[in-house]
Design a protein around this ligand. Sequence first.
Ligand code: MRU
Length: 366
Amino acid sequence: MVVNHQQYRTIWPNENLDRRLISVSIIDQTKLPHAFEVVTISTTQQMIVAINTMMVRGAPLIGAAAAYGVALAMQEDSEDAFLLSSAHQLVHSRPTAVNLRWATERMLTLLMPLPPAERLAAAWSEASVICDQDVLLNQAIGQYGLSLIAPLAENKKSRLNILTHCNAGWLATVDFGTALAPIYAAHNVGIDVHVWVGETRPRNQGASLTSWELSQHGVPHTVISDNAGGHLMQQGQVDMVIVGADRVTRTGDVCNKIGTYLKALAAFDQKVPFYAAVPSPTIDWSIDDGIRDIQIEERNPKELAWVSGLLANGEVAEVNILPPNTQVANPAFDVTPSRLITGIITELGIFKPHQLGTMPLNIKKV
Ligand code: MRU
């Protein structure tokens, strides 16, 4: 990703003067789009807070953050008890995205058999391998997604309109994004794509993050209210929908940001192709019914009651939009059943939801 003409990833390790890795830098996503701030994370507890408060967010990125969280733990105490308790806390810092469990288990599988003295170096190295792999998976998703977009654009012979929800771009991953990777790939080869960006209440990841990164890359886009998607589809103004995912069952049910299900219903009704872009670490091979088996995160009611934005004087402020003592429910994700999904774009190709189980076995084990 390029921000203000400088190349970035969303997370990276820092060395001290002796070239020893000592901390991790993240982009504080709670400050975007009004400020671009890099924050240093030096302990596992700080990483747990960063994940939980969504300074880092998006399923692949919080997986990478958890891996670095384990490396930071090994800096504090590399004995079994601390490793296991840190891993446990990292996995539970947010419940829905399976990437946290995937990355933490991968770290434990590597570290537990090693003598404690060897764990720190191994942990730093494995966390950066996880990051590098995330980048490669997303680039591959971009190319497979491009193979869907290119013929649609060719048939249409005019601007292609793609609707997305939440933020499944650079900011939700180490780089490139999942749902936005095909859009960047199409834009980069000169296809005229325009993105409808659902604002994504309550935290507005679409309005604040997706629109910000699409602007940085120069991709034409329009922010719409969450409820406008169905109407635009009825009017023939949406050619395809691409969303990301936080957890996908082996049968192809897709759990993603709250509101995804309603968009899938409208797309199904209007025969608009609906794709989820999903790197394999987001597939939970242990479950087959997303509605029954996926824990949906319930977040703080304050997220719905208070809206953050820029005042006319340039200060960022939070305002309350609810009458006092109003009861609020804030489920953060929903599940779109596989029957509503046209296809799942992975790093290994595009699968019909019910064919996910045909992905190579060695991927399923991790
Ligand atoms: O609550 P968030 O912002 O972490 O939710 C993120 C999403 O729902 C994304 O669509 C999903 O993680 C896919 S990211 C590539």
